[in-house]
Design a protein around this ligand. Structure first.
Ligand code: SAM
Length: 243
């Protein structure tokens, strides 16, 4: 993957209009033309995914659902732990990204991984509650993110674990102990990312803290490919469903 691949991705990120009558159609319109080149570019853009996966235990015989899991790139972050789980679901609305995930699953002969084309705000696994739910850079792309978090809570077993890694901006006056971003950060990044229907929010982090017992939380800033000098805030959150 080189400059030509990056240019294609940048065209989709910055220029190609996103069309569609509903959210699912808009996701597919955005991702269809960039599915093949997705993983290479996002490896440089979406930081902290391996770190999040390292923070979460894979319970022996347990189930894990990655909501908005796209190409299944996060499957590589499980390492040996993948074999301990009885089932891993990669759920996404984008058919094109799930096709890449299917190829990955077939190439690695993973028998305990399944793709699900569905909406993270409504899907419930037929097999009952799951042990772990993750969102990696998907919460900012789900317009009804309240519904996505509530649905994640509904699909988790008591004491089940949620892991989230994503872009965000702080509130103007965040709770003590949380990072405070200045006006340029709080204004620039939401405006920039909105072009691609990505909505870094000041409310995701407070809402996760409100709804779950916090096991781990960290805040960082990452470089964005081809955007010199600026740093985009992102966070890692691990929480437990209250019983
Ligand atoms: C930035 S991508 C991240 C993909 C993957 N988690 C990763 O880390 O590479 C966001 C993903 O969320 C998916 N998505 C957005 N809204 C969704 C929804 N309501 N239900 C399921 N997936 C959704 C998109 O199709 C896309 O694959």
């Amino acid at each position: 993957m080189g400059l030509a691949s990056d240019l294609k991705i940048l065209y989709h990120l910055a220029l190609k209009p996103v069309r569609g009558k509903d959210h699912a159609a808009r996701m597919e319109s955005f991702y269809a033309g960039q599915a093949e080149a997705y993983d290479d570019f996002r490896k440089r853009l979406l930081k902290g995914r391996q770190e999040l996966w390292n923070l979460i235990q894979a319970p022996e015989g347990g189930t894990w659902i990655d909501l908005g899991g796209g190409t299944g790139a996060n499957l590589d972050y499980f390492g040996e732990r993948l074999g301990k789980l009885s089932k891993v679901y990669i759920l996404d609305l984008s058919h094109s990204l799930l096709e890449i995930a299917k190829k990955r699953i077939a190439a690695k002969s993973w028998t305990n991984v399944e793709t699900v084309e569905a909406d993270a705000t409504t899907f419930q696994p037929a097999g009952g509650p799951v042990d772990v739910v993750t969102f990696s850079y998907s919460l900012t792309m789900i317009p009804d993110w309240f519904a996505a978090i509530e649905n994640a809570l509904a699909m988790l077993r008591p004491d089940g674990v949620i892991g989230v890694v994503d872009f965000y901006v702080s509130r103007k006056y965040p709770t003590d102990g949380l990072a405070r971003h200045g006006w340029p950060t709080r204004t620039f990044w939401p405006t920039w990312f909105a072009m691609d229907n990505v909505f870094p929010s000041p409310d995701h982090v407070p809402y996760l803290h409100k709804r779950f017992d916090v096991l781990h939380f960290e805040e960082h800033k990452a470089k964005v490919p081809y955007v010199p000098f600026l740093r985009m805030p992102y966070y890692l959150f691990v929480g437990r469903k209250r019983t």
